[in-house]
Design a protein around this ligand. Sequence first.
Ligand code: BG6
Length: 469
Amino acid sequence: MSNTPFPDGFLWGGATAANQIEGAYDEDGKGLSVQDVMPRGISGPRTERPTPDNLKLVGIDHYHRYAEDIALFAEMGFGVYRFSIAWSRIFPNGDETEPNEAGLAFYDRVLDELERHGIEPLVTISHYETPLHLAEQYGGWTNRALIGFYERYARTLFERYGSRVKYWLTFNEINSLLHAPFMSGGIPIPEGGVPTGELYQAMHHELVASARATRIAREVAPAAQVGCMVLSMPIYPLTPSPADAVAVMDADHGNLVYGDVHTRGEYPGYFLRRLREQGISLDITDEDRADLKNTVDFVSFSYYMSIAETADPTKRAAGEGNIMGGVPNPTLPASEWGWQIDPVGLRLVLNQFWDRWQKPLFIVENGLGARDRLVEVDGEKTVVDDYRIAYLNDHLVQVGEALEDGVDVLGYTSWGCIDIVSASTAQLSKRYGFIYVDRNDDGSGTLDRYRKKSFHWYADVIRTNGASL
Ligand code: BG6
């Protein structure tokens, strides 16, 4: 293909997560997950049991419409589709010894459909959907027992799907654990918050579990490529002062430690210093240390926005940036949800990760959450989402720049390629898709699917391997 920095074989596609699309929250033996009791997203209350106002219980009914959805992905020319497996479909409580066959069979059917269309699957093993029982009875990932439960779950997946799935991700946005303990780690949050030491212990358990999954994949599914997945967020100093530069370095370290451990197999010095200075001593066994040596094949990440940081406490109004902290950058526009739009940040993060880890990178989430309006054009219902096209186009141009810089990028899966329920706010009106789903925040709607303008735009991008950008 002429005039494109994207290499032959670059994997273009889209991404979703089970809890945000499938619905069918209690069908075919599925157990409850933490998402089934979070009707308002990250910062809302958690309910005792599922309540009808929780949009995820039905999602976009992908559980029953997966074939139709995958056919639409194929129509856009997807070469890859990232989805997650709902842990509580396979092990309803999380601590059983035998998997639920009906749950496994559902993903067989999804894989059949992908194969039929020649779409490569990219599977997230755990995407913010820890079985609720593990949260309630074990305290989620603060409990070392979860390593064993996850190990059994991962082994089951590798044994069942290992010959059909090449690309695997162990934990979605593993670095969000400290910021969203219940959603990310199934950790119940007491009044006053979870003590930092417990959060770091939970982080350690997840890192060991991730490394063990990599080790098991090597044994059971030798062709598998296992990656970690981190939330990426370039951080700029609010001013050129050295103190702000150090604030950036510290904040950056808080995120980079996860990739450092996944790619180097041990904790970096700056993290050990952080533990020392906070008086935290982690329970790390010799076996853990050996397990961590099972490093990943590639690094995947989400990218939505950048933030700024400062050492000046008067400029750090709490929560002003986003879930990862930080302060707003005065030079950047923001989405309706306050997420700052920064295409150049994607080039920076690609270069930073490549320079630091020298592992192939996979952009597995990127996109714009926006309100859409369904209109009729030439007798067809659609959404004229030029704002989404502009966002994605600008970001992909920067991926092209990074490729020119020599960064090794395996592929790009835009987030929420079909409209889904938002993770942070649990809304359907925060839409990311190329495909509009007729379902509203009050639960009304036909669930019919419509192609947006961006659907045709993305099909062109894929067909031309990026030359149309
Ligand atoms: C990432 C998550 O944080 O961002 C997804 O991996 C999530 O699950 C996505 O949906 C976008 O966030 P939101 O809150 O707009 O859905």
